[in-house]
Structures are given as C-alpha cells and as structure tokens.
Design a protein around this ligand. Structure first.
Ligand code: GDP
Length: 531
C-alpha cells in the first residue's frame, strides 16, 4: 500500500474509528451504552436504550424513522477514552438495511464483533463479517452475556475459527461459567477482573497478579474454579495462537474478550484493546492515488446521507469520513463530482446525544454536512485535487415494486421525491424505457413501507405500490455499441437508474443466463460502485 509513511500527527494517531457488528440481540446497544458511559458522554446508562427498544417492533420502527432525532444522533458518536478519541459509527441493526450497513463499513478502520456467549456466530454476524473480510478490516471480538449459561470457551473460539476462517487469540479468559462465572483473567496484562453482580454499573476493580502461578490467584478464585481455569489456560496456550499485532491489522486474527455488557463487565478491557490495537486512521483507497491521513490537505467522502433530520427543514445531512488532513469550520472544499466549491460553514460533530458545531476535525473523524441535496453517497470532497474515493458499493435490489402517485397529476412530484430518496440511498429508482411510471427497488421489504410513509409525510403525496412484473435488476456494462445493440433488442427489459446508468430488469434467472450466452461482450452485474 503506502510505504515509508511519516508518523501521524498526535491528533490523528489518537483517533479510533470503528463500528460494531453483531446479530440482533447479541448486545450491541447495551455495549454502545457502556462505551458512552465510560467515555463520559452520557451520565447514566439507559439513554441509548430507547433506540434498542424502538427497533423491536414494526410500528415503533416506523416511528423511529419519523422521529429522526434518535436514530441520527446514534449514526456516529464521538467520545473520549483516556487519551483516545473514539468515533463509533453505528450500523443499522435491522437486516433490511444491509446496504446501509455495508457502506458504513467503508468509513471505519476496524470493527468490534459482538457474539452472544450462548449462541456463538449467528447469521447476521457471519454476513457482516464477510463484508469486513472483503475490506481486510481488523476485527476485535467481544463474547457477551457471560453472566448467563454460555457455551464452552474452546467451543466458541473453535466455532469462530471454523465458520469465519480467522485465527482467534484469547485476550482474556473466563473463570467459571453461567451462575458460577466470577470474572476473567486478563491475559494481556496478567490481571484478575472480578464481576460485581450486585451493581450493574460498577466498574470492576482489577487485581494485579504475577503470572498464573501467583498464589494470590487462590485468594480470589474458589479452588474448584481455579483448577478448571488453570487446566483450560494450559490447553489454550498449547492450542491457540498468540497475539500477533500484524495479523490483527491484516484481518487474519481476532483477539477475543469475554464479558457481560449489561454488567459493565469486560467493557473497559475491550476499550483498552481498541485503543492499543486500534488501528489509527488508515489510508483510503482512491483514484488515481491513495489518500493518507497525514496529508496536510483535507479530503473526505460521503458514506451516508440522511434526510429530514430536522423536521422543520428540508435539509439533508451528508455524513463525511475525513480521510486526510485537519479540517476547520468555514473551509472551502471542492465537490469533485460537480467541480464546485462548497463552503463548509455548519459542519456538525455527533457527541453522543447532542449535535455540536464542529470547529475542527481530523482525519478519521465523521462530520455531518447539512446541504440541500448536492452531496450524494460516494462523493469526494478535496481542497482542489481531482480525486475519487473508491470501493463504496451499491447493491442490486432484491425486491422491486412499481409506484404510482395516487393523483396522476402529481407524477412529476413523485419523480422528484423518488430521486431524493434514491440519492439518500434509501431505494433504487428505475425508469423503464418503455411506458410510464417508476419501479423502485429495495433490499428489504420493510423499506417499501418506510418509503411509502415518508413520501406521504414529507411530500404530502399518497402513493400506490404494486408488485412489479420484474424481480431482479442488473447493471449493464460493456463496449457502447454492444450495450446499445443489446438494449435495442431487449427494450421491454431496459430501464435507467437514478444515476442514468442502464439497467436490465427481469424476473427469471434464465434471462440473465441467456444474456451471458447470447451477448458475451455485455456484462450484467449485481453491484456497482457509487461515484
Ligand atoms: P442488540 O439487539 O444487539 O442491540 O442487543 P441489546 O443490547 O438490545 O440486548 C439484547 C438483550 O440482551 C437485552 O434484553 C439486554 O438487556 C440483554 N443483554 C445485553 N447484554 C447482556 C449481558 O451481558 N447479559 C445478559 N444476561 N443480558 C444482556
């Protein structure tokens, strides 16, 4: 990648930008809450909870979508841990929003994978892990809910190694299980951490131990638990790999911590792990060259757009990951796609529950830029250089419906509303080459409902959504003449997406196979890069 890099300015080196990946219910919300608690960002646990609960049911979920304040302040949160600045980027928990989640992972340097100690690796964890793997993201693992009946420690580690094909090295080791779980032994620091079951918000006190044969261990750990623990540790040392920082950075090894988020247990050790192994802001893939965080000029890219954060305004907020430099409020940046200058006068930083005006920000930070629709997902901002950050995917929707305005005279309004949602990344919009009307595509069925209700709420347009005759969409690429010939011969299947790119719509896999056979120069793809 980039060799001989200069050392990072301390302000950048202390930043850790990461996301949490997990299966619903594994404890992501609870862990986030504890992070914020230790980060001093919230006074009491319980404030993030509203979000976790709101997600549970459909109607609450819709309410959350309308009540944007909640979901938004949680989209990116900054807080301090010791001398570090953590930027936690939230991945939407609902599997229906997977595309959003994937894009979020382009804005972070590491991921914390939370698994439930009783359930191990679940489907959503596996999917998200695959995305992290595609980007070689370093992963730190937190095995949660150790206060409850959990699986055998070797079993859990083995499952992660087998299912995810990654080496696992224990950073801590649990002592006792289920009701007998008393705490962990911190293998990185030779410390004993004991859990306080009486006080959930109490931070456990560490007990320094001089290695595993220190008699002090027996003073704190009941004999029968100690015996099992020492046997297990003996085996772990023989069977499991040692911590290898480079392997962690390469994404081929994950350290695992055991704890209980709800009991505030093991969370600090995990945070220390994020601080120690991080990593710091990493270079960003871009065309025609990599962007390094230490570069003096500011550059960043939009990975998420959110509309109507403030119901009183039609503003949208573009979430920008700063890839390089030291940003100051009021700076003029070039919006590379349109080559226009933008004065960034009201950038916001997301400090836990509050939005705050960002006077300055550094590479690694996430800032929100209010705008009227100029900023789209995938856009790059620079101090003048023509650079484009790459690798932000857009996925072919898996569900299609045709949309019509309840009032036919409002078709133009509908088009405008749909385009805005498309730019936000909330849906794909296809305009068939033949006939009128639109087809919208989403990744999860729930998005149709959210979309219909938002069009009605935000644009005052009742809409009708009906099943489309098509079920799949594929982007078409190849030499222009070949693509034109292909489109001409398959007019009933052709459409343009919201970026005006050409798309093939179909209901049969057979059709897709036929194109591959009959038009060898034309490629149909299920992903395209946003730009
Ligand atoms: P999310 O869906 O991943 O965000 O999970 P939540 O944080 O909402 O947690 C799901 C459920 O597990 C909630 O009822 C939590 O109270 C509970 N929970 C979270 N952490 C722990 C833990 O360490 N131990 C136990 N017993 N329950 C936990």
């Amino acid at each position: 990648m980039l060799d001989n890099r200069p050392t990072l300015p301390p302000e950048i080196a202390r930043r850790r930008t990461f996301a949490i990946i997990s299966h619903p219910d594994a404890g992501k919300t609870t862990l986030t809450e504890k992070f914020l608690l230790y980060g001093g960002a919230i006074q009491m646990a319980g404030q993030v909870r509203a979000k976790g609960e709101a997600r549970r049911t459909r109607s609450d979920f819709m309410k959350m979508e309308q009540d944007r304040g909640i979901s938004v302040s949680a989209s990116a949160m900054s807080f301090d841990f010791k001398t570090f600045r953590f930027n936690l980027v939230d991945t939407p928990g609902h599997s229906d929003f997977s595309e959003d989640t994937y894009r979020t992972l382009t804005a972070v340097d590491a991921a914390v994978m939370v698994v439930d100690g009783a359930k191990g690796v679940e489907s959503q964890t596996q999917k998200l892990f695959e995305v992290c793997r595609m980007r070689d993201l370093p992963i730190l693992t937190f095995c949660n809910k150790m206060d409850r009946e959990s699986r055998d420690t070797f079993d859990i580690i083995d499952e992660i190694q087998q299912n995810l094909a990654i080496d696992v090295t224990p950073a801590s080791w649990p002592i006792g299980r289920g009701r007998d779980f008393i705490g962990t032994y911190d293998l990185l620091r030779d410390q004993l951490e004991l859990m306080d079951r009486a006080d959930r918000n109490k931070v456990s006190g560490s007990i320094k131990i001089n290695g595993l044969d220190d008699p002090a261990l027996a003073e704190h750990v009941p004999a029968e638990l100690l015996e099992v623990f020492l046997e297990e540790i003996e085996m772990a040392k023989e069977l499991l790999p040692k911590m290898d920082h480079q392997a962690l950075l390469d994404g081929t090894m994950t350290p695992i911590w055991f704890g209980s988020a709800i009991n505030s247990f093991g969370v600090q050790e995990l945070m220390q792990g994020i601080a120690d192994f991080g990593p710091e802001p990493q270079p960003q893939r871009a065309e025609p060259r990599f962007l390094a965080p230490e570069e003096l000029k500011v550059a960043g890219f939009v990975f998420k757009v959110q509309a109507n954060m403030d119901p009183k305004h039609r503003d949208r907020v573009a979430f920008v990951r700063l890839a390089s430099g030291h940003f100051k409020r009021g700076m003029k940046l070039t919006h590379v796609r349109s080559k226009k200058q933008m004065a960034i006068s009201n950038p916001v930083l997301f400090l836990a529950a509050d939005r705050e005006l960002a006077e300055e920000a550094w590479a690694g930070d996430i800032i929100g830029i209010p705008n009227h629709g100029q900023l789209r997902i995938g856009d790059t901002l620079t101090e003048g250089e023509t650079l484009r950050v790459t690798g932000i995917p857009s996925f072919a929707p898996e569900l299609l419906q045709s949309v019509r305005a309840g009032d036919p005279l409002k078709a133009k309004h509908l088009e405008k509303a749909l385009m805005q949602f498309a730019e936000e990344g909330a849906a794909k919009v296809f305009k068939p080459m033949i006939g009128s009307g639109f087809i919208v595509g989403v990744v999860g069925a729930l998005q149709f409902e959210v979309l219909a209700s938002r069009i009605e709420l935000e644009y005052g347009l009742p809409v009708r959504m009906e099943p489309s005759q098509f079920t799949s969409a594929r982007w078409v690429s190849g030499p222009q003449a070949k693509v034109d010939a292909f489109a001409q011969a398959n007019k009933q299947h052709m459409a343009r997406d919201n970026d005006d790119d050409i798309v093939f719509l179909t209901r049969l896999q057979w059709d897709i196979d036929r194109v591959a056979r009959d038009y060898p120069d034309v490629a149909l793809t299920a992903t395209k890069e946003m730009m």
